[in-house]
Write a protein that binds this ligand. Sequence first.
Ligand code: FES
Length: 555
Amino acid sequence: MRAFAHRQRMQQAGWRPAEFVGRPVIAVVNTWSEMSPCHAHLRERAEAVKRGVVRAGGCPIELPAMSLGEVMVKPTTMLYRNFLAMEAEELLRQNPIDGAVLLGGCDKTTPGLLMGAVSMDVPAIFCPAGPMLNGRWRGQTVGAGTHTRKYWDDYRAGALGEGDMTEFEGVSTRSPGTCNTMGTATTMTSLVDALGLTLPGASSIPAMDSAHARMASACGERIVEMVWEDLKPSSVLSQGSLRNALHVNAALGGSTNAVIHMVALARRAGLSIDLDAFDDVARRTPVLANLFPAGANLMEDFYFAGGLLGLMTRIADRLDLQARTVSGGTVGDALARARVDDDDVIRSIDRPVTDQPGLAVLRGNLAPDGAVIKPSAATPGLLTHRGRAVVFDGHAELTARIDDPDLDVDADSVLVLRGAGPVGAPGMPEWGALPIPRKLLAAGVRDMVRLSDARMSGTHYGTCVLHIAPESHVGGPLCLLRTGDEVVLDVPARRLDMLVDDAELARRRAAWTAPPAHFARGYGAIFQNHVTQADQGCDFDILESGARTPEPEIY
Ligand code: FES
């Protein structure tokens, strides 16, 4: 009866039985929407995927999913990453689906789609949206996010005017596709590539290159084969592939956001990973990708230089070459066809982009469960620093006070934002690159030590300590810090401390009261009650592990 009804309704939708009976049904899960400019081309790419599915003997069914346009979503897409993960998992569970091609790329869509697919564990292949084209303005290479921040600071300092910014606004994000710097989107699609969940090298293909449409078609063709082979994410992912991704992240100088997403993804897959693994790998694998914000090029340059596979050849001696990929082969098979064509864009291991690591994990009495910093995008002279805290309770207070001419702050101060974590903000927005006070910008200051329990855009830069855990809202020691306290940052020693004695901290603790909850109902209430801290991946505790959810009963 059920099969009868399915055949009946597929014919209602215009399918002939010969087009679907006996064929694998492939979900083309598409995060396209008009509120997601980075995904503007994914309608056409979905058609290319379907072409490949049909060619291989499958039946493609497009399923729309939450789009999460990074710059459009309020207050932050991070509030909805887990929503998308739930949506992807349940879309694949509730519908009669044999395999899935996942179309995403703008920041949270990549981890969201994959967390869901990994939990559902049907054959799945990720089709990355690809980076947007290179940008130029007034003879300079400009990268999405990185130069927005740079020129915004110049504007606030009075070096650029309204007209300049209006002109820049119209030319700086030049085409559909994800941010063209080594931001969170490119970091995550590259790491998913390194994990073996895309066709090898797919993440580096520019969104507007015709090779991108061909890659999408190849995804469609390959997923049908994967269904017959029963090649699921659980067969691809391993401790080896996870370790590969961590080395690739270090060599890319990837976004700090990758730490949160990779921890969440690994936990979904039942693999073990902690913050120290990121630090350990980053100490041994230097930044080799000469890309903004740590370097000086964009993703189109990276693609022409050899792309991700080229980069991986540089660190092949530390990769698990037997790790599997969705192609059916191994990482070693993929690298056998790879090469580097530009030694400046993809550096060799003995000529890194910087002598600073791409990531460091800090601990101390301000961050007992850890915090992260990206030394490769920081000012080297600030990586060891002692300064007086200037504390802001929440983003509204930061915005209201940061440019106050009477704010008691100098270039050696440590700017602190709290109430910006997973529960406190809510959703842990990318507020971690706190603006430099206008009066200091005017005096030529372009970086200061900044601390927060927030995240930072992967496209941004600066000496910003992020993801302080536990966050202040739930009583992490950051809630006890006061303006005027001395803070010591010692990145070489991996320490972050406030110089306040234990008796005084105990007094402050006794006087502290938890801020009120943000939500009384709805998804927000689910989020605040179940989200884990940054060092745990910010997944929902009810989603990250547990017995496999059974297939629904059908009658
Ligand atoms: Fe979409 Fe950066 S805003 S990838």
